[in-house]
Design a protein. Structure first.
Length: 83
């Protein structure tokens, strides 16, 4: 016989597991370039350095979130122009 603790543990485990379709493979991620989630892991100084490489105008006045937005847009533009 299963107790209520076991049933709760099974429900919790099922809830915590993300759907497999939501995960991107390593190859998909590398083709996509740097995503917002990856950019959010970087410090503002690291974001600024990348913005310098992309030659993003106004980068010195941008907040960390502004740099993330600009880099995400620049990554999409670069990907389109490379195709």
């Amino acid at each position: 016989m299963h107790g209520p603790g076991e049933q709760a543990a099974k429900k919790t485990a099922a809830r915590k597991a993300p759907p497999k379709t939501a995960r991107a493979s390593a190859t998909t991620r590398s083709r996509r370039g740097t995503g917002r989630g990856e950019l959010r892991q970087l410090s503002k100084a690291e974001l600024y350095e990348q913005a310098t490489e992309y030659n993003i105008a106004g980068r010195s006045r941008m907040s960390q979130e502004g740099l993330i937005d600009a880099l995400a847009r620049a990554g999409r533009r670069r990907k389109k122009s490379a195709a």
